[in-house]
Each structure stands twice: as structure tokens, then as C-alpha cells.
Design a protein around this ligand. Structure first.
Ligand SMILES: Nc1ncnc2c1ncn2[C@@H]1O[C@H](COP(=O)(O)OP(=O)(O)OP(=O)(O)O)[C@@H](O)[C@H]1O
Ligand SMILES: [Mg+2]
Length: 252
């Protein structure tokens, strides 16, 4: 697909922050002037629409995958132009859905979107595998704990098996406690793939979720927001330095 980067956000383990990262990265990339679409690839337990505060919607990604509607018909335009395609939270809508139709549903978007982020499904079953297949690149996310890192390592290897570029990992909910592995240890465990950013455990993230807005808008200068914006800058190839006064402010 020319000029459209399709990035699958995958972890293996559930609950490590994929949807939070997808939404905030999408918002940050849009702020960097990119045309961004986030698609909910988590078809059995989707919640991108909930994170983004999209009110009840009659049609969704499920209908696109069934071939009932065009992807443009289920696109919600948010904030400053970020586009979101949520999946249905109604279990009945799963009937007749083929996750392998994901890549086909993106064909019309070729060249019209700069970044297509797929909010990944947990696990490494057929849903997640379809996301690997539909993506050009894989962005991994894990917490700094062995079970989550073990699952992410499988995702790193799967990305290689599917000849996808593994752009790097985000380590989320970092507390920097002594018992947590550090950046070097995690990179070594993940067979040398780079860590793009360590995002701290930050109560503002949950507060933002309760308000259904991205944390980068809820608290733009929160540590988590600054780190996620740094990931977006790295993806977009933009210069982004966290201003020194914000670093000091965050320490106080
Ligand atoms: N950096 C963070 N600090 C504190 N809480 C966080 C952080 N990142 C995510 N969370 C919280 O962790 C929970 C899980 O996040 P999220 O839904 O993004 O995970 P997920 O990987 O998408 O889950 P699933 O695998 O079920 O799709 C949410 O309550 C979210 O607010
Ligand atoms: Mg999720």
C-alpha cells in the first residue's frame, strides 16, 4: 500500500495498554499533521470506542469485515481530525465475521491515510494473527514484568516470521522499582529489538479514561503524555524533545 503505514499494536498479553497507546499515538500523530486512522482490531473484546468516548454506533468494523458497509461509512472523526473505526461491543455482531478480511478492508485507503494504526487483540490467536498479516509494521507493548515480556517476545518472533518490520517496543506502566528490569535488560530479553520509550505508571491515564479522552489532551504535560508524544515523534520522524522545564516540573 503506497504511502500508508499500517502499524499493528500488539502485545500478546492483555491489559498492558494497547488501546491506550493506540488512541494517544493516533491523537499525537494527528497533532503532528499526519492523517491518521485507528481501527479496532480487537473483535471479540473491543473497547477503542469506549476509550475514545464514541457514543453508541449502529455500524462498526464488524460490518466492514462482513462486507456490509464501506470502511468510510463507519469512520468517526474525532478531536482535531483523528479518524476512528470502532468495533461492535455487541456479541451477536461477531457472527459471520472473518478477521482475515482485515487487509482487504484497507485496500480503498491506500495512499489516503498516512498512518493506519490497528488496536491489537490480546493473545496470539486468529484475531491477532490477522492483524500481523494486515500490518506492514508491528509496534509491541508490554509492562515490565516477565509474563508480559514473554508474550511480547513471541510477538517479536511472529513479526519476523511474517516478515513484518518490528518498529520497536513501548514498555508501559513502568514504576522503576528495584525489582523491575531496566531498559537494557528488557532489550536483551527481547532479542535486541529497541525500546522506543518507557511510559510510567501514571494515575492520569485512568482519570483520562474515566473522562473518555486521550491522556495527552487530559493532561498534556503528564509524564505519560510526554512519553507517548515522544513515541509518536519517533514514528513520524519528527524532532521532539521533552522541554527541560516540564521534566523539572514533573519531578516536583
Ligand atoms: N501508563 C499507564 N499508567 C496507568 N494506567 C494505565 C497506563 N496505561 C494503561 N493504563 C490502564 O490500564 C488498563 C488497560 O489498558 P488498555 O485497555 O489500554 O490495555 P489493552 O492492552 O488495550 O487491554 P486489552 O488487551 O484488554 O485490549 C486501563 O485501565 C488503562 O487506563
Ligand atoms: Mg485494548
Amino acid at each position: 500500500m503506497v504511502n500508508t503505514r499500517i502499524i499493528g499494536i500488539l502485545s500478546g498479553k492483555g491489559g498492558v495498554g494497547k488501546t491506550t497507546l493506540a488512541l494517544n499515538l493516533g491523537a499525537a500523530l494527528t497533532d503532528f499533521g499526519k492523517n491518521v486512522l485507528i481501527v479496532d482490531g480487537n473483535l471479540t473484546t473491543p473497547n477503542l470506542g469506549i476509550h475514545a468516548g464514541i457514543p453508541l454506533y449502529p455500524t462498526s468494523m464488524h460490518d466492514v469485515l462482513k462486507g456490509n458497509v464501506d470502511i468510510y461509512d463507519v469512520m468517526h472523526i474525532m478531536y482535531n481530525g483523528l479518524k476512528i473505526v470502532p468495533a461492535s461491543i455487541n456479541l451477536n455482531d461477531l457472527k459471520g465475521v472473518d478477521p482475515d478480511m482485515l487487509s482487504t478492508s484497507f485496500i480503498d485507503l491506500a495512499g489516503k491515510i498516512d498512518f493506519l494504526l490497528i488496536d491489537g487483540a490480546p493473545g496470539l490467536g486468529s484475531e491477532a494473527l490477522s492483524i500481523f498479516k494486515a500490518s506492514h509494521e508491528v509496534l509491541g507493548i508490554s509492562t515490565p514484568e516477565l509474563p508480559a515480556l514473554t508474550d511480547l517476545l513471541k510477538s517479536v518472533r511472529l513479526a519476523k516470521d511474517h516478515q513484518k518490520e518490528y518498529v520497536g517496543s513501548v514498555v508501559n506502566m513502568v514504576t522503576k522499582k528495584k525489582y523491575e528490569p531496566n531498559r537494557e535488560q528488557i532489550e536483551s530479553f527481547l532479542e535486541g529489538v529497541p525500546i522506543l520509550e518507557l511510559v510510567p505508571h501514571d494515575h492520569h491515564v485512568r482519570h483520562a479514561l474515566s473522562k473518555r479522552v486521550p491522556v495527552i489532551y487530559h493532561k498534556p504535560n503528564a509524564k505519560s503524555s510526554l512519553k507517548i508524544k515522544s513515541v509518536a515523534a519517533q514514528l513520524a520522524g519528527k524532532e521532539y524533545k521533552i522541554p527541560w522545564h516540564k521534566k523539572i516540573f514533573n519531578r516536583i
